[in-house]
Design a protein around this ligand. Structure first.
Ligand code: ZN
Length: 149
C-alpha cells in the first residue's frame, strides 16, 4: 500500500519535471510574464500610445485570460480525493502556493520552492476556492513575495 503510493508520487514527480520543461519552452520568458507587461498594442489608434502608463498599471486588472497563470496561497493542508497532498520532494503538506495556469493545469509549490503538478485539480476547483483577482504581478518572484513565500 505504502509502496504503491510512493511509486505513484515518484511517477507524478517525473511527469511534473517533463511538463515543466515544456512550459518553459512555450513561455516567452523564464518567469510568469503576463502579456500586460509588454508594450501595449495600439488598439486605440495612434494618439493613445503617446500617453504613457494610462491607465496606471496599478489600476489595470487583467482578465484571467490575459495572464499566464493565477496564484494563491494555501496555508492549510491540501486534501485531494480524501488524501493530504504532500510535496513529492520534501514531504511538506501545508503552506502551498497554488497555480492555475492558462493551459488549465494546476501546480503546487511548496515552501521550499518545489513545483509539482496536481492533475486531480482543475481551474474550476481553483475558481471555487480562490478569492477575486486583486493583484497583478509582472513576474513569478513578485507574486511569491506578495503571497509571503
Ligand atoms: Zn517541497
Amino acid at each position: 500500500m505504502f509502496r504503491r503510493r510512493a511509486d505513484r508520487e515518484f511517477h507524478d514527480a517525473q511527469l511534473a519535471g517533463q511538463a515543466m520543461l515544456q512550459m518553459h519552452a512555450n513561455w516567452p520568458a523564464p518567469d510568469l510574464t503576463a502579456p500586460a507587461a509588454e508594450p501595449a498594442a495600439p488598439a486605440h489608434g495612434g494618439g493613445i500610445e503617446e500617453v504613457p502608463d494610462f491607465p496606471p498599471p496599478d489600476l489595470r486588472v487583467p482578465s484571467r485570460h490575459e495572464v499566464e497563470g493565477l496564484m494563491m496561497r494555501w496555508e492549510q493542508p491540501l486534501v485531494v480525493d480524501g488524501e493530504v497532498r504532500e510535496c513529492p520532494q520534501c514531504g511538506a503538506y501545508r503552506d502551498w502556493i497554488v497555480f492555475s495556469m492558462r493551459d488549465d493545469t494546476i501546480w503546487l509549490r511548496c515552501r521550499a520552492g518545489h513545483n509539482t503538478a496536481e492533475p486531480r485539480l482543475d481551474p474550476a476547483w481553483y475558481n471555487r476556492n480562490s478569492g477575486p483577482v486583486d493583484h497583478f504581478h509582472p513576474t513569478l518572484d513578485d507574486g511569491l513575495r506578495h503571497l509571503g513565500h
